[in-house]
Design a protein around this ligand. Structure first.
Ligand code: NOJ
Length: 531
């Protein structure tokens, strides 16, 4: 068996390296394009490793780069053990891992165990083989209702709009919680688990440091696929109350995570984080039991408004959910599925100012941070023209929901006009706005007031200053619209002001502020670190 050490230099042993790591999510299509086709790729990432090291992150999470027809931009995987030619090949992947490790960056990759592409060899075989076959049993095929079987087997909606069922020519239906091009796998079939174990080992042997598990609360389906109660008030968004939604967070999912953990445990120092859109703290905690995931993605900060009380509630839930478990909390403000936080907080100068303050809050917290590429440049969402939209949500919602393309626009690296050094191509897969000339890496790198310099400074302090020790927080009394907490171990104080006016600073010496300070006052839309 080929082990990572045959391929690249070892990084010093530090097997729980992930416990306080800062991960950087690379949305592969949009990070850097080396082959000039307007879409980012693995060699593009490799060409920018120096930048990532300079930024000061510890690890990368690469979104799917596997063989895929790209119906959901790679989350529809046709072969999980190969690289799509759009992004490179296995040799390019090996080069990337080796060089990333040489830059002291760990590399984690996405895994998509809930579904495959409809072009996966298994699904193609299932279509050919017909009802009742072993090939169909790898997916969730059912007969329909009604006298002619034309009614979907149950009333489940797809996360991308419309029914979660699609009918095939012989009359059966198959389940897809996402797009029709993403048929759900049948996790009651042992072949499915065996194949995932093979995929895990394939990439572990190539040297990956860990995985991000897509829809980690999805794989198991309830017995009999009961209807969703149409009267159930699920609440809004993906992080709704799953106890009323039979599609997600079924108990059987934990067996899948135990299987994944067993394989990963054969490789010391590797880890897995799950995408867990589960609101209830106690249900969330089940995913990070000692024999399951190392980390659970927590989306509380993504969902919180820019309001001190709301942010504090989000923090307390996130800490509470993992208290007593042997796993740190995780924090994230943006990713490739949600509106970028500069935009969520109001956009423009105000959005950027608030985003800086929330970055200080996030980086002051104990545990693991996930940054999304481009947030360090202060990128907002882009209001794309309709002709440019590509997200399946746009199509499936009958053009009523614009989907997630606005947060996925390729990064601006240098120069005054698109494609800003992202690509040699004139046209990029999503168009960049001309206004991004002022947000390029080049224009920010040497400017001490830029968002990029601010991130570098904050990340450096987080890594090197003793004040960031300790897992617990103590909250101070604070004026309305504000909060202040202290890291119990190291003593760092972080104060946030979301009220309309300045407030007195807690005692201490300012280590870093998210914006200009006014004497002993903390201005609105500003956060500060004190020691
Ligand atoms: C979650 C991923 O983050 C999202 O981008 C994708 O569309 C769905 N899972 C389906 O795989």
């Amino acid at each position: 068996m080929r082990r990572s050490s045959d391929l690249q230099p070892e990084i010093a042993d530090d097997s729980a390296w992930w416990r306080d790591a800062v991960f950087y999510q690379v949305y592969v299509r949009s990070f850097a394009d080396a082959n000039g086709d307007g879409v980012g790729d693995l060699d593009g990432i490799r060409s920018r490793l120096g930048y990532l090291e300079l930024l000061g992150v510890d690890a990368l999470w690469l979104t799917p780069f596997f063989s895929s027809p790209m119906a959901d931009h790679g989350y529809d995987v046709a072969d999980p053990r190969d690289v799509d030619p759009l992004f490179g090949d296995l040799a390019a992947f090996d080069r990337l891992i080796a060089e990333a490790h040489a830059h002291n960056l760990r590399v984690t990759i996405d895994l998509v165990p809930n579904h495959t592409s409809d072009r996966h060899a298994w699904f193609q075989a299932a279509l050919r083989a017909g009802p009742g076959s072993v090939e169909r049993d790898r997916y969730i095929f059912r007969d329909g209702g009604g006298y002619d079987g034309s009614v979907p087997p149950n009333n489940w909606p797809s996360q991308f709009g419309g029914s979660a069922w699609t009918r095939v020519p012989d009359g059966q239906w198959y389940l897809h919680l996402f797009a029709p091009e993403q048929p759900d796998l049948n996790w009651d079939n042992p072949e499915v688990a065996a194949d995932l174990a093979r995929t895990l080992r394939f990439w572990l042997d190539r040297g990956v440091d860990g995985f991000r598990i897509d829809v980690a609360h999805g794989m198991a389906k309830p017995y009999g696929l009961p209807n969703l109660d149409p009267r159930a008030e699920l609440g809004s968004g993906v992080m709704h109350d799953n106890s009323l939604d039979p599609r997600f967070d079924n108990d059987g999912v934990h067996e899948v995570h135990r299987m994944i953990r067993k394989v990963i445990d054969e490789y010391p120092g590797r880890m897995a984080v799950g995408e867990i859109w589960v609101k209830d703290d106690e249900r969330f905690a089940r995913y990070v039991r000692p024999d399951e995931l190392h980390l659970g993605f927590n989306f509380r900060l993504v969902e919180a408004p820019f309001d001190a009380d709301g942010v504090r509630v989000a923090i307390e839930h996130s800490l509470g959910a993992v208290r007593g478990m042997d796993t740190p909390p995780t924090w994230t403000l943006s990713n490739h599925d949600v509106t970028r936080h500069v935009t969520r907080y109001g956009g423009g100068g105000l959005g950027a100012q608030r985003a800086r303050s929330m970055t200080l809050v996030e980086l002051a917290l104990p545990g693991v941070v996930y940054l999304y590429n481009g947030e360090e440049l202060g990128l907002p969402d882009v209001e794309l023209p309709e002709w440019a939209l590509q997200d399946p949500i746009w199509l499936r919602s009958g053009h009523t929901q614009r989907g997630r393309d606005g947060c996925r626009v390729p990064l601006p690296w240098e120069g005054d006009t698109p494609p800003f050094g992202f690509s040699e191509a004139v046209t990029t897969w999503l168009p960049q706005p001309n206004e991004w000339a002022g947000l390029t890496v080049e224009s920010q790198l040497e400017d001490p007031r830029s968002m990029l310099s601010f991130y570098r400074h904050a990340l450096e302090l987080r890594k090197s200053h003793g004040a960031f020790n300790g897992d617990e927080l103590e909250w101070y009394g604070a004026p309305a619209g504000c909060f202040a907490f202290r890291r119990k171990g190291g003593g760092l104080i972080c104060a946030l002001n979301t009220s309309g006016g300045p407030v007195p600073l807690p005692p201490g010496e300012v280590l870093l502020a998210s914006g200009p300070m006014a004497g002993n006052q903390l201005p609105p839309d500003t956060a500060v670190w004190l020691v």
